[in-house]
Design a protein around this ligand. Structure first.
Ligand SMILES: [Zn+2]
Length: 325
C-alpha cells in the first residue's frame, strides 16, 4: 500500500496527475500467480500472497504496474504493435521510483550485457520470435534507450520531456514518431541519428581497444616510448566516449572521442610506455553491451631492468595528434 502511494505520488509529480478517484490493487493467492504482475485501467495485480522472501520484489511489481496507469492506460499507445512505448517507459519510470523511494539503483552495465539479441523497438510484439527476445528488447533495451536520452540531456530535462509527452498525449493514442517529435520539441534538437540507430534499428554500442603498440624511440639522447593505441567502434554511438590511458610510471591520461568515424588512433611519445587502456570505465555509454573488449593491457618487450623515475615526472608527453579514418 505504501509502495502504491509512493508510486502514485512520484508519477503524478513527474508526469501529470492521476485523475481517477480509485485504484485497486489485487494480490492473487499463491495458486493464482498466473494473474500476478498485470495492469488494467485503475486496477493492478501484485505477486503471490505467500511470498516471504526479503527484498523489494513486491514493491517493485506494484510500482511497475502502477506505472502502466500512465504508460498505456492514460497515454494509450498500442501495447501490441509498439510495446516499447509502454513496457520500456514503465520500466524506466519504475527505476526512477525505486531509486527515489528505496535507494535501489539498477546495475546498468550488467543489464546491458543481457542484451544478446537486439532488435528494433518499433516491431510488433509477435515479430520478436520468442518471449525472451520480446522481453529483452521492449523492457530492457527500451529502458536503456530512454536512459541513453537521459544521459545526454540530464535528469531534469528527461522529466520535462516525459511530462510534455504525457500532457500532450494522455487519453490519446501516440506512436513512436509522436514521442520522437515531443522529444525534439522539448530539447530543440534532432534525435534522428539516435532513433535511426537504436529505436528503428537494432544497434547497440560496442567500443573496443583494437591494438596497443609500444616502440622505443630516442629523443635527444633520452629513451622514450612511442605508444600507439587504436580504438574502434563496432556498433552505434551517441555523444562522446571517454578513454583512459595508464602509463607504466603511474601517469594517467584521459581523452574524449567523438566517434564520427569507426576508428581512431592515439599516439603518445613519453618517457614511459602505455601499460593499459580502458574505454568508458564509468559506463557513461549505457547502450554498450560488450564491455569485455573495452580494456587492453600492453604486451611489451620492455627490458625489466628499466626503472621508472616517477620523481622526475616532468611530463614531456604529448598527444601528437589523433588520426581518424
Ligand atoms: Zn509492464
Amino acid at each position: 500500500m505504501l509502495a502504491a502511494k509512493k508510486a502514485l505520488r512520484d508519477y503524478s509529480d513527474w508526469f501529470g496527475p492521476y485523475p481517477y478517484s480509485t485504484l485497486s490493487i489485487v494480490i492473487p493467492p499463491a495458486v493464482g500467480n498466473g494473474a500476478g504482475g498485470m495492469e488494467y485501467p485503475t486496477l493492478v495485480t501484485g505477486w503471490s500472497a505467500d511470498q516471504t522472501t526479503e527484498g523489494h520484489g513486491l514493491e517493485r511489481v506494484i510500482v511497475h504496474e502502477i506505472g502502466h496507469q500512465f504508460w498505456y492506460a492514460m497515454v494509450a499507445s498500442n501495447e501490441f504493435e509498439e510495446a516499447w512505448l509502454d513496457e520500456g517507459f514503465t520500466s524506466f519510470a519504475e527505476d526512477m521510483v525505486m531509486q527515489q523511494e528505496y535507494d535501489i539503483r539498477p546495475n546498468i552495465p550488467i543489464q546491458a550485457s543481457y542484451i544478446t539479441s537486439p532488435e528494433a523497438l518499433n516491431r510488433y510484439a509477435w515479430q520478436y520470435g520468442s518471449h525472451g527476445k520480446y522481453a529483452e528488447n521492449v523492457y530492457m533495451r527500451a529502458k536503456l534507450v530512454l536512459l541513453g536520452i537521459e544521459k545526454q540531456i540530464g535528469g531534469q530535462d528527461m522529466i520535462r520531456v516525459l511530462k510534455a509527452y504525457f500532457t500532450q498525449w494522455k487519453f490519446k493514442h501516440p506512436n513512436t514518431l509522436d514521442f520522437e517529435q515531443t522529444l525534439e520539441r522539448v530539447t530543440k534538437k534532432s534525435w534522428k541519428p539516435y532513433f535511426d540507430q537504436f529505436v528503428y534499428n537494432a544497434s547497440m554500442e560496442d567500443f573496443a581497444v583494437s591494438s596497443i603498440h609500444v616502440q622505443r624511440v630516442n629523443q635527444k639522447g633520452t629513451t622514450e616510448y612511442k605508444s600507439e593505441v587504436v580504438i574502434v567502434k563496432n556498433g552505434g554511438s551517441y555523444g562522446n566516449v571517454p578513454i583512459y590511458f595508464h602509463f607504466a610510471d603511474g601517469t594517467n591520461k584521459q581523452s574524449v572521442w567523438n566517434p564520427t568515424n569507426n576508428r581512431v588512433k592515439y599516439e603518445f611519445v613519453y618517457s614511459s610506455p602505455i601499460d593499459w587502456t580502458v574505454i568508458d570505465p564509468d559506463y557513461s555509454q549505457v547502450l554498450e553491451n560488450k564491455h569485455i573488449n573495452n580494456f587492453m593491457r600492453t604486451s611489451i618487450d620492455v627490458p625489466t631492468e628499466l626503472r621508472w623515475n616517477i620523481g622526475a615526472s616532468k611530463v614531456i608527453e604529448m598527444i601528437t595528434r589523433w588520426l581518424a579514418w
